[in-house]
Design a protein around this ligand. Sequence first.
Ligand SMILES: [Fe+2]
Length: 391
Amino acid sequence: MDAPPSGPSVPAVPIDRVLVVDDDDLILRALARILEGAGFEPRCYREPEKALGALAQDAPLVVISDYMMPEMDGISFLKQVRARLPSAVRVLCTAAEDFQVAAQAVNSGEVFRIVSKPWHQQELLATVSQAAEASRLRRENERLTREVQRQNAQLRDANLRLDEIVRQRTQALLEGLIAALDYRDAETQWHSRRVSLYARRLAQQLGIQEPELTVIEHGALLHDIGKIGVRDRVLLKPGPLSPEEWTEMKRHPELGWALLQRVDYLRPASKVVMQHQEKWDGTGYPARLAGEAIVIGARIFHVVDTLDAITSDRPYRRARPFPDARAEIVRCAGTQFDPKVVDAFLAVPEVEWDRIRLDVETVAVLSADLDPAPRGSPEELVQALAGAARA
Ligand SMILES: [Fe+2]
């Protein structure tokens, strides 16, 4: 004889198991016989407590309970069945005199149907069959709900992974863009990183939240990216620029804006790039915008750009201390800068600006130690840009 096939112990066709509780042995036996004859698998108990104990193991589709029992009445018993095995459909078997109580149990949802004692066999079997069908539907429904929940969880995981990939590639693209500019203008990289973090901090102080915070950070990081399009002769000229050279230099906000239009997730930051040279009093460029016509990200940038310019070494002068920067920012509130943004700047403790500067300097020193060519090779740049473009 062949060995039984191995596999899960759950039968392929669910057994129509019916749990029956009645304190009367004769009634139990009679019910068992009728149910067996109709193809059900009865499990009979005289004591409700024992039946409750066996519930999990028997896992019946239907539970039939007598109403009048010495230990526990049928409605209390079926209430507990409902709590322990909600998928089992409950049937109460009751004599005519208790019918009203039982009817209340049906109305309150504790019981699916009532079978009157003495029963009519066909009616009894019809009720049990309907109860079994209702139980199967309930289980199928539960299975489908679990399946939907499982698939939703999978979808959430996949979305999180996707978000992470996009985030990494965004980062790669940003690194690539900044490195590209850095080939042209060596000082830009760390200045850009500092002002992006300063801008984020100042935006937080103004109560700005995500996703706007990241837009402002990206805008500040890439503010000078348009300088990629300015010729070396102009960009790197040591002396003062001629009027024509200035005209070319002043195109860099627009060039940067146009560059970012091509990248979906950087497009929101393009306005900050376009307006980063505008001034509160309308004397900036390229559009001579004034006041709140300038996006808040650009107004924030302007303040932190000044902070960074004054507190950083320049080829022609040493860095000046923080109080100098603060005094200059206060002096230009209402002309170059939005006074509200200046107030927010003054509300951030100096130590926080120091910490951001120190963090960026640490990264700068570490990357110089790790990589003999900190600005990256052309191959690395191409790889970073290609990786980002694939995203
Ligand atoms: Fe600029």
